[in-house]
Design a protein around this ligand. Structure first.
Ligand SMILES: [Fe+2]
Length: 201
């Protein structure tokens, strides 16, 4: 095999390993599947009691609207999980969280359907300072499903210049949670897709 075709074959092998969900060694004693969604910090602004709703938009809201959608799956990388609870929360375009109003602005939860799917209409959040650095725009997640470990995580937006210096978004384990905003087929409304893979108990 010449060098060129060897490189091509190696690249293909690496690709199929990443899409087929082979197991990898996460630490010397723990094995996990490659699809398992990695965790992130809870942060100080989580509130219990966010309402169940898919439309998080409201009169006078500022910001670029997106549909945030995906599925919740098990760590075999294929089984969809019905009745999973997906909670999301984020700041407004000025970097502020609603920490006390009974409107729970920019906060919601969804229960996944038979196909494991969830969906929220919301906005791309703004940024707030963490010390001297702005945190990149992000949306917090807390996800629970029967017989699975609870996941607390965050997503980020591809191309955000504040990712590289952020202590959490810049971690290697966050790379699959830095997501593109793309126009949906036909409607062209902006969307972000985040499939969430939970680990077994
Ligand atoms: Fe946050």
């Amino acid at each position: 095999m010449d060098r060129k075709s060897f490189l091509k074959k190696s690249a293909l092998a690496a690709f199929s390993m990443s899409v087929m969900g082979y197991v990898v060694e996460a630490s010397p004693k723990k094995w996990m599947s490659t699809c398992e969604t990695t965790n992130d910090i809870l942060g100080p602004f989580y509130r219990e009691g966010a309402p169940e709703r898919s439309n998080m938009l409201f009169e006078g809201i500022k910001g670029n609207e997106i549909t945030l959608k995906g599925k919740v799956l098990g760590n075999d990388c294929t089984t969809v999980l019905e009745n999973a609870i997906v909670e999301v929360w984020h700041c407004d375009t000025e970097g502020n969280y609603d920490n006390d109003s009974n409107k729970y602005l920019h906060r919601a939860k969804a229960i996944t359907g038979q196909d494991g799917s969830y969906s929220f209409k919301t906005i791309i959040p703004g940024k707030y300072l963490n010390g001297k650095l702005y945190r990149p725009s992000h949306i917090h997640f807390r996800v629970r499903a029967k017989d699975h470990k609870e996941l607390v995580s965050q997503i980020y937006f591809a191309g955000d210049p504040h990712i590289t210096e952020d202590p959490w978004a810049s971690q290697k384990k966050a790379v699959h949670r830095v997501l593109p905003v793309f126009p949906d087929d036909i409607t062209a409304s902006l969307s972000v897709e985040f499939d969430i893979f939970l680990s077994n108990l």
